[in-house]
Design a binder for this molecule. Sequence first.
Ligand code: ARG
Length: 461
Amino acid sequence: MAQLWGGRFTKETDKLVYNFNASISFDKRFYEQDIRGSIAHVSMLAKQGILTEEEKRQIIEGLEGIRRDVENGLLEITDEYEDIHSFVEANLIDRIGDVGKKLHTGRSRNDQVALDMKLYTRDEITELDGLLRELLEVLLKLMKENTETFMPGFTHLQKAQPITLAHHMGAYFEMFKRDRQRMKDIYQRMNLCPLGAGALAGTTYPLDRDYTAQLLGFDGPTLNSMDSVSDRDYLIELLSAMSTIMMHLSRFSEEVIIWNSNEYQFVEIDDAYSTGSSIMPQKKNPDIAELVRGKTGRVYGALMSLLTTMKGIPLAYNKDMQEDKELVFDAIDTTKGCLALFTGMLQTMKFNEARMEESAKHGFTNATDAADYLVNHGVPFRDAHGIVGRLVLYCIEKNIALDDMTLEEYREISPVFEEDIYSAISMKNCVEMRNTIGAPGKAAMEKVIAAEEAYLAEDCK
Ligand code: ARG
C-alpha cells in the first residue's frame, strides 16, 4: 500500500478500506494527462521562483522518463498505489530523489484530479468529434449518390409518401451535425483551467494561474477555487450529449434492423458486419445494430447515475466525486465504439434500390399527389381528400395500385381526372415536385448537399 499521507495516522489502513478507496485501477488511464499537468505546474513554479530552474529541469526529465517508460511497457502501473497521482509522484521520487518531493508544492489532489479529468475529457471530445465527422462523410456520400433512389417515407411505420434515400440519409446528417455542435459547445464552456485552486481555497504561494492555463491550452483559469475542485457539470453535459448520440444511433439501428428483415429487404448488411446462429444455418443476424441499440441504455444509465451522485454533495470536494470516472470512461468507450462500428456497417451495407422503389409504389404513397392533382384542377382540398379516399378503397378491393386504374375507372369517381393523372402520380413526379427547402425533390436536395459539403469543408480549415 503506497499512499501520499499517513503522518497523522497511528494505524495502518484496513485492507478493505484501502481497496474501497483506491482509484488506480481506473484512473491509470489518464497517466499521460497527469504527467502533462505536472510538467505545466512545475514550469510555472520555476517561473515564479518557487522552484529553481535546475529543480524544474530534473523534475521534468523525471516525469518525461516515467511517461516514456509507461508507453514502452517498461514501467507497469500496478495496484500497489492508491491512485495515478501517487504512482507518478512515488516513481518520480524513486528516479530523482528528494527533489521529486517538491512537485506537489502549491497543489492538492483535488485540483490535480479536476485538471486531469478535464484534460482527458477534452482529448476524448476531440476524438468523438472526429468519429462523428467520419459518419457525416459516409452519410454525405450516400446522399450524393442517391438523389434519385426512391423509397417509401413512413409515419407510424406505415408508408406515407415517396422520398429518396438521399433524403432519408439527410435526416441523420442533421442529427449527427447537431451532435458535433454539442461537442464543440461543451468543449468551449469547460475549457477553463482548475489548476491552482488547491484543496478548495487556493494557495498562499504566488502561483501564476494564467500561465499554467495557457501552457495547457485552456482559455484561462477558473474563477472560483471551490467550484474548480467540485464542478462536474461538463461531465454531465458530455454524458447527456453522448446519450443523444446514442439515441440517434439507436434509432438508425432500429431502421437498419427493419430494413434488413426478410419482409423488407431494403438493405443487406455486409457479411463482415453480421453474425450467424449456432442452430439455424440460414440466419444472418444484424447483431451490431442490435448491440448499438442495446448499449444506448448503458450511456443513459451513466448520465442518471452521475446526476444522482452529484445531487446532494456540499461544497467543495467530496470523495463521492471519484465515482465520475468509471461512468464517464465506460460511456465514452461505448459511444466511440458504437460510432466507429456503425459507420463501418453503413459504409459496407448494400441498398436494394429496386426493392425500395417497388415498395414505394405500393401502399398508396402517391395518394396525396392524386388529391393535389384535383386541387390544381379547382377541387377544394377537403373534397379532393374524400374523392381520393374512395379511389384508394376501390383499389384495395381490386388489389391494385392507383397507377393501375383505367381512366374510365378514375372518371367514374370524378370527371375531373384526365390522361395526365398518370404522370402526376408517377413516383418520379411525386418526389420531383417537392422542392421546398429541405424536401426530397432533386433540386432541393442538391442545394442541401452543397450546404452540407460547405459545412464539412469549413470545418477542415
Ligand atoms: N481519486 C480521487 C478522485 O478521483 C482523487 C482526489 C483525491 N482527493 C482527496 N482529497 N482524497 O476524485
